[in-house]
Design a protein. Structure first.
Length: 403
């Protein structure tokens, strides 16, 4: 079977996903085209150099609808003979784009792909597509649907994570992110966003709050307590599914949950022959990919079973992995991952995560693969695993190995 290699990984800085965010006036289309042009320029691509552009985005309505991937190709400087495929696996859309591209190459369907994703959360509101699992009673009742924040609090309750543990992880994420920027660890991947006059709009992740302390977070109200306990009373729904719980401990708030941001990321994946033909040196091979379905009520536990699956399928053990990127959708997700595998916290999200830097839904999976690769190179390590929890109860993972 043909091997699939990563030749490049690029991303935009993440802007605050609101009206005063630096990227608010940039469309999803424009930001996507900017990344595609950057990959083209950085790697000297021309003509039909890649088989396809596979692009993840979650809220596929309005400006993010209508096969955004193809629209981005047409707005970019890529050849119009390159098609585009938009995909949605919720929070893992960017990772699924990379995994799908890698597996297409391994199966002989083309020599190279650009894969990644975008989400402009300040322009296209999360949930504005009216997902059936949240709005169709026949499905919501069957699955005991609760919002993700309630799911995160269920994880905390089920596995014994306290507010103090979650807040400590969030403060550490902020510290690590600030340190990573201070040491220019993201420099290899960052593509500044410029306006039509070439003036830089954003060249640095702007969601970070590096001075955050435990005392600051202790003052914040639990975000999901009212919707759980009062109206509409989602805790009661959860306890129908988990009758052994006599209550749900609400520990999550804005400070220990992922930030709403705008951003995009792209990964150039190709065969060995593609690299030779274009004079490019592979940085890593995609050793394994995996996805899995999980309980849709607790919803966010997917990183644990999908990691078990990918290790089993690849004949590896947790001890074979040098670094981990576990998306910080909520603090309890990462705490559960580390608890399940007894992983050294110093190997997990070493440059901070989504609690500090933000989570642009459709882009995050590709972002953390690029971050993982950059850090493996910086530390001269070999193997890394990236994984995300996914809405509706799923998990996705990718193992990369430097070459």
């Amino acid at each position: 079977m043909t091997e699939a290699y990563i030749y490049d990984a690029a991303r935009t800085p993440r802007g605050k996903g609101r009206a005063d965010g630096s990227l608010h006036e940039v469309t999803s289309l424009a930001l996507s085209a900017r990344l595609l042009n950057a990959v083209k320029e950085r790697n000297g691509l021309s003509g039909h150099a890649v088989e396809d552009v596979i692009w993840g985005n979650v809220t596929q309505v309005g400006e993010q609808g209508g096969c955004l991937a193809r629209s981005a190709v047409l707005l970019s400087d890529l050849d119009e003979s390159i098609p585009g495929l938009s995909i949605n696996r919720f929070c893992a859309s960017g990772m699924e784009a990379v995994n799908l591209a890698a597996n297409q190459i391994k199966g002989g369907a083309g020599q190279a792909y650009i894969a990644g994703g975008v989400e402009m959360m300040g322009r296209v509101a999360m949930g504005s597509d009216g997902a059936a699992i949240a709005v169709d009673p026949s499905l919501a009742m069957k699955t005991y649907f609760v919002p993700q924040g309630i799911s995160a609090d269920i994880i905390a309750t089920e596995y014994g994570f306290t507010r103090e543990m979650a807040d400590a992880l969030a403060v550490e994420s902020q510290r690590r992110a600030a340190e990573a920027w201070a040491e220019n660890r993201f420099a290899k991947s960052i593509v500044p966003v410029v306006d039509q006059n070439g003036i830089v709009i954003l060249d640095r992740d702007e969601y970070m709050r590096p001075g955050t302390t435990i005392e600051d977070l202790a003052k914040l109200k639990a975000s999901f307590k009212d919707m759980g306990e009062v109206m509409p009373g989602f805790d009661k729904v959860a306890m129908l599914k988990y009758p052994h719980l006599d209550h749900v401990e609400h520990i999550h708030h804005a400070g220990n949950s992922s930030g709403i941001v705008d951003g995009a990321a792209a990964v150039l994946i190709g065969s060995k022959e593609f690299g030779i033909a274009h004079g490019l040196k592979p940085r890593a091979r995609i050793r394994a990919t995996a996805k899995i379905g999980t309980d849709p009520t607790i919803m966010l536990t997917g990183p644990v079973p999908v990691t078990e699956k990918i290790l089993r399928d690849s004949g590896m053990s947790i001890g074979d992995i040098d670094l981990f990127e576990v998306n910080e959708a909520f603090a309890a997700v990462v705490l559960r991952f580390m608890q399940a595998f007894q992983v050294d916290p110093s190997k997990v999200n070493v440059n901070g995560g989504a609690m500090a830097l933000g989570h642009p839904l459709g882009a995050t999976g590709a972002i953390i693969i690029g971050t993982l690769l950059d850090e493996l190179e910086r530390r001269d390590l070999s193997t890394g695993l990236a994984t995300l929890c996914i809405a509706s109860g799923m998990g996705a993972a990718t193992i990369i190995e430097r070459v």
